[in-house]
Design a protein around this ligand. Structure first.
Ligand code: HEM
Ligand code: MG
Length: 336
């Protein structure tokens, strides 16, 4: 049986808190510990908020991001169950935060991938801020050259050299233009468009010390999370749970500065628009596309045990969606 997702942090325990408490020391990962494309989850594993192996249950990840960074419960569940359905093992309830591994147990039948968060073309995708596009190399590995651009855009566009909303808008726009010019296999369609724009905003919210909480990320703090995968010393999480109602307007701001249409490159500098796929502004369209297209591509006709596990996780995903969005629930499989 699959454990229910954790409840929200209790009132009175959902405020400012020291993230690097004595129970969560930084320890450099060992040779067999798995890390991947997400600087936040890598950091949480390095501090023991997640199993240091880098293999975790979805409910553990929800708890970790609430405790350490103060993600709102519904927002945490939306990210985690979406990722888990694309990259985890529904039969064992385990997911790798990086590369594919036998530690997640025996795979369901192909075409299921169970590839972990590093699996290109699922949650992981092109135009990342500190990782190269898969066409050019390992899209999960931190890339210093690319991260230097993040810092340079902060210097050029951010207030006092911080990564703020202006620097975010400029860097996000630059990354898409750069991949259009250079990556012949660029794919910039749902669901990647949503993760790309959300992740661009995350650092100036969750990586800023909650006592200051000014949406301006210093280059020192950015380097601590991205390059060292470590909390800055004495880091406090956000002062209240942060969910869709804070993140989405910020995503809207950077999108409105440089709007784009989803599309794919057919060769370099040949970006073909795909206006019939869900736009960034169409949240329910992206939810529906994940459930009816992306997940059934890996699980076209699941056997009964697998189908029940998928249905359970699809239910958790919709429970998260419905708190802030009036989407209609969709069902790819026979209902239990
Ligand atoms: C990137 C998963 C939470 C910050 C990613 C990527 C994945 C991922 C798969 C790679 C996407 C790509 O760049 O191609 C998750 C999951 C989460 C989670 C499953 C569950 C809660 C967070 C949180 C933060 C965060 C709480 C807070 C700061 C980022 C950032 C990137 C990223 C900044 C972009 C890295 C880059 O573009 O170089 N995440 N993430 N993530 N994540 Fe997370
Ligand atoms: Mg990527």
């Amino acid at each position: 049986t699959i454990p229910d997702p954790p409840a929200p942090l209790a009132a009175g325990q959902d405020g400012l808190k020291l993230s690097v408490d004595p129970a969560h020391p930084f320890i450099t990962p060992g040779p067999d510990d798995i890390r991947g494309p997400c600087p936040a989850l890598n950091t949480l594993a390095n501090h023991g908020y997640l199993p240091r192996t880098g293999v975790a249950r979805p409910d553990q990840i929800v708890t970790a991001v609430m405790e350490a960074l103060n993600l709102g419960n519904d927002f945490a569940k939306f990210l985690v169950y979406q990722a888990f359905l694309m990259n985890g093992n529904p039969l064992t309830n385990l997911m790798s935060i990086g590369t594919k591994t036998s530690l997640t147990g025996q795979d369901p039948p192909t075409p299921a991938l169970v590839g972990g968060l590093s699996q290109h073309g699922t949650f992981e995708g092109d135009t990342s801020m500190s990782r190269v596009d898969a066409f050019f190399g390992d899209p999960a590995a931190f890339n210093q050259t690319r991260f230097n651009n993040f810092l340079a855009f902060s210097t050029q566009y951010g207030f006092n050299g911080t990564y703020d909303i202006n620097a975010t808008a400029e860097y996000r726009h630059h990354l898409l233009q750069d991949s259009i010019q250079t990556n012949p296999e660029l794919d910039f369609t749902a669901p990647r468009i949503l993760s790309a724009y959300s992740e661009a905003v995350f650092p100036l919210v969750y990586f800023v010390d909650g006592r200051l909480n000014n949406r301006q990320l210093t280059q020192a703090a950015a380097s601590s999370f991205f390059a060292n995968q470590r909390f800055p010393a004495d880091f406090y999480r956000q002062p209240a749970p942060v969910t869709f109602d804070i993140i989405e307007p910020m995503v809207g701001t950077i999108f409105n500065k440089y709007p784009f249409t989803p599309g794919m490159n057919y060769g370099t500098n040949n970006y073909v628009l795909m206006p019939d796929t869900p736009a960034l502004t169409d949240f329910c369209g992206i939810y529906t596309d994940i459930v009816l297209r992306v997940i059934p591509a890996q699980y076209p006709s699941p056997s009964s045990e697998l189908r029940q596990a998928l249905n359970t996780n699809l239910g958790f995903l919709f429970d998260a969606v419905k708190v802030h969005h009036a989407c209609t629930q969709v069902f790819p499989y026979e209902r239990d």
